[in-house]
Design a protein. Structure first.
Length: 345
C-alpha cells in the first residue's frame, strides 16, 4: 500500500505521529515518520525528529523504530549542517542506545563512526548527547567491543582534558566500560596519567569515577606498572581521607588493585599518611570500604615491612573473624588478612 503524500506543515505532536488510515494501528509508529526524516524540507525533518524524541521515551517504540529503518535515517542525519537536527538526532540515539536491541541496531547500521565525529562538535548539547550515547552503547559487551575496535579510546582520553565537568564525568564512565572490555587500547595511550590527574579534581563524582577507572586499568600487570610510574598511590592515599565515602571507597579499591604488585606495596608503605588512614578506615561504617581496606592490608602485609607496620591491626582483624558471619565475604577476607599478618617465616 503506498504511503499518503506529505502534507505541508504536518506535525507529529498528536494523531499524525501514529497513522490510522488504511489499516495502520493507532499504537504503532507510522512509516510516515521515517519518510519525513529523509525529506528535503528542513522543517519537515525537524518536526519528524521532534515527534521521534517524544515517541522514543516509550520503550515499546524502540523496536518499531528499528524495524521501519529509523536508525539508518538517523545515521544519515548525523551529518546535517543544521545544529537543531544534530541535537535532536543525537538525543534520539542516546535513548535508543539505552536498550539492548537499540545497541545492536547502532552496530548493524554502522552508526559508531558518524556519531564519533560529533564528539568534537561545536554545539555543547550535541557533544553531550553523543557522549551519553557512547556511554549507553558501551554498557553492553557487544557495544563496548565495537567501540573499542573502532579505535575511539584515545579520543575519549583526549576529550577528558577538553570537556566541562558534566561531560567529563560521562567520558570517564564510558572509558571504564571500554577498559573492562579490553584494557589494551587504554594502556597504549596516556590514560593512566590523565586519570591520576583527575584524582585531584574538585568535583566529588569526578574524583570517585577517576579512582574507579584507575582500579579497572590497574588489574592487568601492565596497568599496575603504569599506576606506579604515574605515582597514583600518592594521589589515592590523600583520597583515603576524603569527605566523600564513595571517593574513599573507590580510592581504597584502586590501591587494592595496584598493591597486588610489589612496587605498589612499597609505594603504599612510603606514601605519606596512607597506612594511618587505612587503619582508621578499618572501622568505617561503609562495608564496601572496609572490605577494600582489608584487601589492601592483605596485599601490603605480604611485604615484610608491611607485615611489621600492620601488626597492631591483628586484634581488630581477629575480632572481625570471630564475631562475623563465617559465610560473609568481609569475615572471610578478614580471616585471610589475619593469616597473612600473623605469618612467620
Amino acid at each position: 500500500m503506498p504511503l499518503p503524500p506529505a502534507t505541508m506543515g504536518e506535525t507529529y505532536l498528536s494523531q499524525p505521529l501514529f497513522y490510522n488510515a488504511g489499516g495502520w494501528s493507532g499504537d504503532q509508529l507510522s512509516p510516515l515518520l521515517n519518510r519525513d526524516l529523509n525529506s528535503d524540507d528542513l522543517n519537515t525533518r525537524q518536526n519528524a525528529l521532534l515527534a521521534l524524541c517524544q515517541a522514543m521515551h516509550n520503550p515499546n517504540h524502540i523496536s518499531e523504530a528499528i524495524q521501519i529503518g529509523i536508525v539508518k535515517s538517523l545515521t544519515t542525519l548525523l551529518k546535517s549542517p543544521n545544529v537543531m537536527v544534530r541535537e535532536r538526532t543525537t538525543e534520539v540515539l542516546k535513548v535508543i542506545a539505552g536498550h539492548a536491541v537499540g545497541r545492536q541496531a547502532l552496530i548493524d547500521e554502522q552508526t559508531i563512526m558518524p556519531l564519533a565525529e560529533l564528539l568534537e562538535d561545536g554545539a555543547r548539547l550535541v557533544r553531550e548527547n553523543s557522549h551519553t550515547a557512547f556511554h549507553m552503547l558501551t554498557s553492553g559487551p557487544e557495544g563496548a567491543n565495537a567501540v573499542v575496535d573502532s579505535g575511539l579510546v584515545s579520543v575519549f582520553v583526549r576529550r577528558l582534558a577538553q570537556e566541562d565537568d558534566a561531560i567529563k564525568l560521562i567520558v570517564l564512565k564510558t572509558l571504564n566500560n571500554c577498559i573492562k572490555c579490553n584494557p589494551t587500547p587504554a594502556l597504549s595511550c596516556n590514560t593512566m596519567v590523565s586519570l591520576v590527574g583527575l584524582l585531584r579534581h574538585q568535583d566529588d563524582d569526578i574524583r570517585e569515577q577517576a579512582a574507579v577507572d584507575v582500579m579497572s586499568l590497574s588489574f592487568p600487570f601492565e596497568g599496575k606498572a603504569r599506576a606506579v610510574q604515574a605515582n597514583a598511590i600518592a594521589a589515592l592515599a590523600k583520597l583515603l581521607k576524603d569527605s566523600s565515602v564513595q571517593v574513599r571507597t573507590a580510592a581504597a579499591g584502586a590501591i587494592m588493585a595496584i598493591t597486588l604488585q610489589k612496587e605498589g606495596k612499597i609505594q603504599t608503605l612510603d606514601a605519606a599518611g596512607a597506612i594511618d588512614a587505612l587503619k582508621l578506615l578499618l572501622s568505617d561504617d561503609e562495608k564496601r570500604l572496609r572490605l577494600n581496606v582489608i584487601k589492601v592490608m592483605t596485599n601490603v602485609g605480604e611485604h615484610p615491612a608491611g607485615r611489621a607496620i600492620l601488626k597492631d591491626q591483628v586484634p581488630m582483624l581477629k575480632l572481625m573473624c570471630d564475631s562475623g558471619d563465617p559465610m560473609d565475604i568481609e569475615t572471610r577476607s578478614a580471616a585471610i588478612a589475619y593469616k597473612v599478618l600473623t605469618w612467620r617465616p
